[in-house]
Design a protein around this ligand. Structure first.
Ligand SMILES: *[C@@H]1O[C@H](CO)[C@@H](O)[C@H](O)[C@H]1NC(C)=O
Ligand SMILES: *[C@@H]1O[C@H](CO)[C@@H](O)[C@H](O)[C@H]1NC(C)=O
Ligand SMILES: *[C@@H]1O[C@H](CO)[C@@H](O)[C@H](O)[C@H]1NC(C)=O
Ligand SMILES: *[C@@H]1O[C@H](CO)[C@@H](O)[C@H](O)[C@H]1NC(C)=O
Ligand SMILES: CC(=O)N[C@H]1CO[C@H](CO)[C@@H](O)[C@@H]1O
Length: 499
């Protein structure tokens, strides 16, 4: 899944499969547990119960697929579920993303119900540089040059080829699955390696790279408004008030108290203000992105905090002016995640994001994913549009992080993003047997395939659902259109496997 926003404050969501984090929770968790455990929720794999069920296995992988003279190797983690396999059946490959691969997906999830019906062998490969898949000694910027979607696709191709030969599955039909960034990888795997992948389910996939992504917060506005038209207006009023107060240092004592900050608010640069404002906005971004998704099985907590709950707080006049209600939302998030106080300092974030150790505070995925945004995708959820509810974290704030963390300039970033679209085709992807589900509430649909490109490249529109909703296990309270979407995707797979 794609992070809601990148700053560390928000990176929590334990979605190995569907992530795209928000930062708020990360900040919260970091504050609660000390920096070294800040990414705790990135590591649900540590759950011993899950470990017993889905045994981890290791695959010898090349460090650099694009340099025949470099023979260095490393071990990549993967998981296997053979329970549904019937001889002659297809092979399903779940693609890992920008966090640890979570073995919960080897026990639940819609893809397994498809596997059961189709007799598929199920595999999940962790993405290089995330989780326990460490290709290099550390996360230095020099080493991160081996982190890219192209290297990841080549990992998948090599894994697919060698595993198929070893298990006698070379002539089986392989189907790739992924949600969010791995959803894009699923589509691109089929695009670039059509001889290895028969079909792909590319859920909530942002296939179009873009440096600036103000549309994200425009969808947040619409998703909040779909609950209550006043809701985004109240959020806007609150964030404008807060921005004004940031210009007046005499208010900092009150702000520190209102938002339960760990230490007295200090605003020395525009980066400090932007980081603080983004951290607070992140709670809304996170909640909207995952609204009512059935994520509990992944070990995610706080799933009962929905758009309805946040808009309920924003509408509660008994709490005071909108600014006070906004502060109440931040405290509700802290209570929900048992966090004592909020650490929203850019200098702490900078220190964490430049720590290159595998046990460092941002090694759960933050340092790696932001590197990928700076060198491949952009996706910066800026406040540059007038039609969104927040204030104060413009594109420049995001772009400056590329320079601060990795010495990557704005020009390099722009060129890299253009190259990504040139290489994969963005919205003009041409292939076949790829289905693109998208959810109308999910802000990431703004960069996804939302119209059928061709009969063999269909979009599946799910009105009212959030990020990757169709991948989570079905439950009785699911919207009827979500249940229909799952069936529709199944019938496409069923049909494509006969081709
Ligand atoms: C801080 O909050 C108190 C209580 O709400 C208020 O009386 C006071 O004027 C505020 N101080 C500033 C500088 O805004
Ligand atoms: C969410 O669930 C937790 C734990 O079950 C509960 O303590 C909390 O009050 C709930 N919050 C809301 C807003 O429903
Ligand atoms: C990086 O993080 C680790 C774990 O928190 C810490 O022990 C180490 O001192 C940090 N390194 C630097 C350079 O700050
Ligand atoms: C940053 O990059 C520029 C060129 O892209 C280079 O000249 C400079 O030495 C780099 N700075 C550091 C600290 O690596
Ligand atoms: C929100 C969104 O963009 N939905 C689109 C998803 O795809 C269908 C096509 O199947 C479009 O009709 C929707 O507009």
């Amino acid at each position: 899944m794609l992070p809601v926003s990148i700053n560390m404050a928000f990176q929590t969501s334990g979605f190995p499969v569907c992530k795209f984090i928000a930062c708020f929770l990360l900040a919260l968790l970091a504050a609660a547990d000390g920096r070294d455990k800040g990414f705790r929720r990135f590591s649900p794999v540590e759950d011993t119960k899950q470990k017993a069920v889905a045994q981890e296995q290791w695959f010898t992988q090349k460090l650099d697929h694009f340099n025949g003279a470099d023979s260095r190797e490393w071990k990549q983690r993967y998981f296997v579920n053979e329970a549904f396999y019937r001889p002659g059946g297809p092979v399903f490959l779940m693609i890992g993303g920008e966090g640890p691969a979570n073995p919960a997906w080897m026990q639940s999830g819609t893809w397994l119900t498809y596997a059961e019906k189709l007799g598929a062998l199920c595999l999940m490969l962790e993405h290089r540089f995330y989780g326990a898949s460490h290709p290099t000694d550390d996360l230095s910027t020099a080493n991160l040059r081996f982190l890219s979607s192209r290297q990841a696709l080549a990992d998948l191709a090599h894994f697919r080829t060698v595993t198929a030969a070893a298990r006698g599955l070379t002539n089986r039909k392989w189907v790739a699955f992924g949600g969010s960034y791995p959803g894009s990888l699923a589509a691109w795997f089929r695009l670039k390696y059509p001889h290895l992948v028969h079909a792909s389910v590319s859920t909530s996939a942002p296939v179009h790279a873009t440096v600036n992504f103000p549309e994200y917060l425009e969808v947040v506005w619409r998703s909040l408004a779909s609950e209550n038209a006043e809701c985004p207006l109240l959020v806007k009023e609150a964030s404008d008030t807060l921005l004004q107060r940031l210009n007046d240092p005499t208010t900092y004592g009150n702000i520190t108290k209102d938002f339960n900050l760990c230490s007295k608010l200090q605003i020395q640069t525009e980066m400090d203000a932007a980081y603080f404002l983004e951290t607070l906005a992140g709670s809304f971004m996170d909640v909207v992105q995952y609204n009512e998704d059935n994520r509990g099985f992944e070990g995610v907590t706080g799933t009962n905090i929905t758009i309805k709950v946040l808009c309920g707080v924003m509408a509660d006049a008994s709490l005071g002016e909108p600014y006070a209600r906004y502060a109440a939302v931040a405290r509700l998030m802290m209570d929900t995640f048992s966090v004592k106080c909020l650490d929203a300092s850019y200098s702490t974030y900078l220190r964490d994001m430049t720590n290159t150790s595998w046990v460092g505070p941002a090694a759960g995925g933050g340092r790696q994913w932001v590197y990928q945004t700076c060198t491949e995708f952009g996706f910066y959820q800026s406040t540059d549009s007038p039609n969104q509810p927040f204030t104060g974290f413009p594109l420049e704030y995001h772009v400056k992080q590329c320079a601060d963390f990795y010495n990557i300039s704005a020009e390099q970033l722009a060129e890299a993003v253009a190259q990504t679209n040139e290489y994969y085709g963005a919205y003009d992807i041409r292939s076949s047997r790829i289905v693109f589900p998208n959810g109308s509430i999910d802000p990431w649909h703004a960069l996804g395939i939302t119209q059928d490109i061709a009969p063999a490249l269909p979009a599946v529109f799910i009105k009212g659902t959030a990020h990757c909703a169709n991948m989570y296990p079905a439950r009785s309270e699911d919207l009827p259109q979500l249940a229909l979407a799952r069936e529709h995707i199944f019938s496409l797979l069923h049909q494509w496997l006969k081709q």
